[in-house]
Design a protein. Structure first.
Length: 356
């Protein structure tokens, strides 16, 4: 079966969860004897390099920063391909554009964050309404996303399939632990619903933890002035709170050395860092909101996302109970076995077959 994928997510991201999802999915679909084709003529996406050139329509030159010229050129060339190539099904990679075609259309819905927090993003509450009218079937990455898709857009349950994501971080090449003290780890963006400040609030109320443990943040950009001011307001020593960027190998090492991953988000479509942590033997402390219980099952200590005391309790248990910590690590190793890109691809392929 010939499936065509558009350029949207690959133009939008150099790295990132959604573009990695599509690359991992496509690699597995190739093994299932499908004929996927990614139409992304101009991009800087790192993951796309893992796909053999015969499954890509790509112009092989690097561009600098994303700008209106390259975006427009990418869209124009992509449109030409969409109307000149022979394919059976069109899988959209994002919500910004839909090439007009009579072929069946599938879209992956990662989350409904923009709908839930539309005021914070200064958006219309239903920004995907127009494009969703073009879609024949929806893939959701969690049952929580499926529930939200039905609630916000009234999509028929029969037009929705849930396919879980998986972990992509596998590394035996651990870099050295450069931190003098043990640390709790936070991964990803710290903005808005990501709820990072609750970690700072909990940490500030634990004097013994401050004395003996640091906080390490991976990714999400350097600390901005508002964050630094909030840390100072809580009388925290900035030398105890670190920010790092880096490769999967660096992140793998952080998971290995961390006391625990803290994932306090108020809303997620899935939550891949939870699986990453579990696969690397890192205990998980997570909020119990949205899709996250679907991911961690019984393998994480959890708390209500607005409960500072709940987070303090989870951190204290990890520090003080070595047997509990070992148990959580063991449960994590078992839990992560339930998620694989192969399984994701098989389930997606079953959906594709409906349109063949």
């Amino acid at each position: 079966m010939k499936i065509i994928y558009d350029n949207q997510i690959f133009s939008n991201q150099v790295v990132g969860g959604p573009s990695r999802y599509f690359v991992e999915l496509i690699k597995e679909l190739i093994k299932l004897n499908n004929t996927p084709l990614i139409v992304s003529p101009i991009d800087n996406n790192i993951y796309l390099e893992e796909i053999n050139n015969k499954f890509k329509k790509k112009i092989n030159f690097k561009v600098g920063k994303k700008n209106l010229l390259t975006l427009g050129l990418n869209k124009l060339i992509s449109k030409f391909y969409f109307f000149s190539l022979n394919y059976d099904l069109y899988h959209l990679t994002y919500y910004d554009n839909c090439y007009t075609t009579k072929k069946p259309k599938v879209i992956t819905v990662y989350d409904l964050i923009h709908e839930k927090y539309f005021k914070e993003f200064n958006l219309d509450q239903y920004p995907k309404k127009k494009i969703f009218k073009e879609i024949d079937h929806f893939l959701c990455i969690s049952n929580n996303t499926k529930k939200d898709l039905i609630n916000y857009y009234g999509i028929d349950d029969k037009k929705i399939t849930v396919t879980y994501l998986a972990n992509s971080i596998i590394s035996d090449n651990l870099s050295k632990n450069n931190f003098d003290k043990p640390f709790f780890l936070f991964v990803g963006s710290r903005k808005r619903y990501k709820n990072f400040n609750i970690i700072l609030e909990a940490y500030s109320k634990m004097p013994e933890v401050i004395k003996n443990y640091d906080i390490v943040c991976f990714g999400g950009g350097k600390f901005i002035m508002q964050e630094i001011q909030f840390m100072k307001k809580l009388s925290l020593n900035l030398e105890n709170i670190h920010h790092m960027e880096g490769s999967d190998e660096v992140l793998s090492s952080l998971y290995r050395y961390a006391e625990a991953l803290i994932y306090p988000s108020k809303y997620e479509g899935f939550g891949i860092p939870i699986l990453e942590a579990m696969s690397m033997g890192c205990p998980v402390i997570s909020s119990n909101s949205s899709s996250l219980p679907e991911v961690y099952g019984n393998a994480a200590l959890n708390f209500f996302p607005d409960s500072v005391d709940g987070l303090i309790d989870c951190m204290t248990k990890i520090i003080s109970d070595s047997e509990l910590k070992k148990s959580q690590i063991k449960k994590g190793y078992e839990r992560v076995k339930n998620f694989s890109w192969k399984k994701c691809a098989i389930e997606t392929n079953e959906l594709y077959k409906r349109f063949s």
